[in-house]
Design a protein around this ligand. Structure first.
Ligand SMILES: [Zn+2]
Length: 446
């Protein structure tokens, strides 16, 4: 038997072996076999089990990041005192100078930071294609493969430059035909409906034409793919829609044929009561990005009302140019704070609610909730193991987890496969990736 065949049979033997995470404080033991959760609770040992001790730790389903712009790792700390439009106007020209190598470096850091903060599925909304070079999407897909987490590769796009009434300068937008041809290529190359889901994702009402929105919807439905865009993020965006279309953003969304259960929206802040009912009835999801919304003073998402109406709500980091942290874990606590402040009620949103958003709520937005997002037998074993040592004194482990200090995972599994082990990414060295990124990012200061 040659070496390659040997390795293959070894990996087959390993995957068929049952792995048991034993000793967790919450929710108890978990057994994994062939990439699935096969038992939970107190699990009777088998002589062939591979045992991983997780004594006192807390295990959750892997977190799902429903909205991100990985490339923004190149531009942290810009326009710190600006609202969304001021921030974008300052950053568009900087982003216009990014290279494919920059985007790759940013994706490695961004996805690595997500993995170490408990994220097993990440949606990257990439809408900057400098000089029309769509190799940026190859770079992002490559980084996700290196890191080992799931990617919703969202082919973002902008085709409405300043001269046509859009916000972005003309040199950072593409033309409709190029966008459509590139999107077809990316679907054919990367969509496997497992580790990579391609998503069609025109950027935002103030950077796209109606043709782009309509053709994107048609293309997504032809291929059975999901649709994503920014909507109802700021009052400025609402005013843009009222002035340009004579309609509020959600009304315009319906006009474009985008109201359906294959759509999720980033932010969803400025939505009125009838619109909440409409989105809930049609199953449109919302990616809630509380830190970014606070940083840009965009407003506060009506999470409790959206969920009550049946809207799937997940959490998003948003890009780190408006978040600065880049981990999904802090968004759990931030979502709880934002909901309570908005309601002025201490019981409006509990730690379990935050965890629901971060796991199954996000999976619903991403359309993977049949497989991912719950610690139940038969679900795919995407798991985060959180070290419990410094919250061993906290009575309620979930309260300790969500309200306690920012945390990195001890272990992370994607379909039962370790991606982070004892706090270390297995795919590459994150410290080296940060150093490489910093060198590239400083170039942009010139
Ligand atoms: Zn965004």
């Amino acid at each position: 038997m040659n070496a390659e065949a040997n390795t293959e049979s070894e990996s087959h033997r390993r995957s068929a072996t049952r792995t048991v995470l034993r000793g967790a404080r919450w929710p108890g033991d978990i057994a994994i076999q062939n990439g699935l959760i096969t038992a939970t609770g107190t699990i009777a040992p088998l002589p062939t089990d591979e045992i991983i001790r997780v004594d006192g730790d807390i295990i959750t389903a892997g977190l799902c990041n429903t909205h991100h712009h990985l490339y923004q790792w190149m531009t942290r700390g810009y326009a710190v005192g600006c609202n969304l439009f001021g921030w974008l106007v300052e950053l568009y020209p900087v982003w216009g100078r990014l290279t494919v190598e920059d985007v790759h470096a940013a994706a490695l850091v961004g996805l690595g930071e997500l993995a170490t903060s408990g994220c097993t599925s990440a949606a990257d909304h990439h809408y900057l294609v400098p000089h029309g070079d769509d190799a940026v999407f190859d770079a992002i897909a490559d980084a996700a493969r290196t890191v080992g987490i799931r990617l919703h590769l969202s082919r973002g796009s902008m085709d409405l430059g300043e001269s046509q009434g859009g916000l972005p300068p003309d040199h950072v937008v593409e033309d409709l035909d190029s966008i459509m041809a590139s999107t077809e290529r990316i679907i054919a190359t990367y969509h496997d409906a497992n580790m990579v889901h391609v998503v069609i994702a025109p950027c935002s009402p103030f950077s796209v034409s109606s043709e782009l929105m309509q053709e994107s919807a048609a293309l997504a439905r032809k291929h059975g793919l999901r649709l994503h865009t920014h909507l109802c993020e700021t009052i400025d965006e609402q005013e843009h829609c009222l002035e340009r279309f004579g309609r509020r953003p959600v009304e315009q969304l319906a006009e474009w044929g985008w109201v359906g259960d294959d759509v999720w929206l980033a932010h969803g802040i400025w939505i009125n009561d009838p619109e909440i009912t409409q989105l809930g009835a049609s199953g449109v999801g919302v990616a809630h990005c509380p830190s970014s919304n606070a940083r840009l003073a965009a407003g506060t998402c009506r999470v409790t009302e959206l969920e009550a109406a049946g809207v799937p709500v997940g959490l998003g980091v948003d890009g780190v140019a408006s978040n600065e942290v880049g981990g999904l874990f802090p968004e759990l606590r931030q979502s709880l704070y934002a909901a309570r402040l908005r309601a002025a009620a201490a019981d409006a949103f509990m730690p379990a609610d935050a965890l629901r958003l971060g796991t199954i709520g996000g999976a619903r937005c991403l359309g993977i909730h049949q497989q991912i997002g719950r610690l139940e037998v038969g679900m795919v074993a995407d798991l985060a193991v959180w070290p419990g040592d410094n919250i061993a004194d906290v009575l309620d482990p979930l309260a300790g987890l969500v309200l306690g200090p920012d945390r990195k995972v001890r272990h992370l599994f994607v379909a039962g496969k370790p991606v982070v082990q004892e706090g270390q990414l297995l795919g590459y060295d994150l410290t080296t990736a940060h150093a490489d990124l910093a060198q590239k990012a400083r170039r942009l200061w010139a």
